[in-house]
Ligand binder design. Structure first.
Ligand code: FDM
Length: 219
């Protein structure tokens, strides 16, 4: 019997730096929760399949140049395209596991040090999106990321950028928004160890949602 019948699903976000193992861990978590009887849907941002997603993809591959504000708003629009689907899917009892969300949106844009693109400015267009029940941040030191085979060729896959992104992610923990509730997991350990930590964080949340103690909020 699916556990989620008659009750809403949980909105789980996995965040982290490039090479931190987000995709692997999101898949593992998906398998684990599915085997426990949860109905699961997965999602990732950017979603490169929509027309906006294709513009983002072209930017990330350095095929198109864009003003920092413009690409930022496209990333946000790419989430808004899915907002209604997320809400409806949770209400239908599916737990959603999402690879990156607006936390990436804020920090990657703010890491560019564009004087007219502050963290607050970057957060604004995402206000009103469905709020995750739990966000797990996979933290990895840039040195460790390099040991894992280095970065790819996309726009932001440079060491200095990754360092700034990491500082900004960790800085979110000290803000007074709900970004401060992010759960940090050291991604430098083995796949199994990291997976275990993620499950710990997620189970607490699933319990709260199952007890009806957590409503779907807004960012
Ligand atoms: N990224 C991702 C952003 O800059 N803003 C966003 O809102 C999101 C969701 O896009 F460098 C960046 C993070 C990363 C790049 O992500 C592509 P994936 O996970 O490698 O596809």
């Amino acid at each position: 019997e699916p556990k989620t019948i008659g009750q809403r699903g949980a909105f789980i976000v996995i965040e982290g730096l490039d090479r931190a193992g987000k995709t692997t861990q999101a898949r593992r978590l998906c398998d684990k929760l599915y085997s426990e009887g949860h109905n699961i849907k997965t999602l990732r941002f950017p979603d490169r399949t929509s027309p906006i997603g294709k513009m983002i993809d072209s930017y990330l591959q350095s095929q198109t140049e864009m003003d920092d504000h413009v690409i930022h708003l496209l990333f946000s629009a790419n989430r808004w395209e899915k907002a209604k689907w997320i809400e409806e899917t949770l209400q239908r009892g599916y737990t959603i596991i999402c690879d990156r969300y607006y936390y990436s949106g804020m920090v990657y844009s703010a890491a560019k040090h564009n004087p007219s693109l502050s963290l607050d400015w970057a957060r604004a267009p995402d206000i009103g999106l469905p709020r995750p029940d739990v966000v797990v941040f996979l933290d990895l030191e840039p040195e460790e990321a390099e040991k894992r085979g280095g970065y790819g060729d996309e726009k932001y896959e440079k060491k200095e950028m990754q360092q700034r992104v990491r500082e900004l992610f960790l800085g979110l923990l000290k803000t007074d928004g709900h970004e401060a509730d992010m759960k940090v997991v050291n991604a430098g350990e083995s796949v199994d160890a990291v997976g275990g930590r993620i499950v710990e964080k997620v189970e607490e949340t699933l319990k709260k949602v199952a007890e009806g103690k957590s409503g779907v909020g807004k960012v």
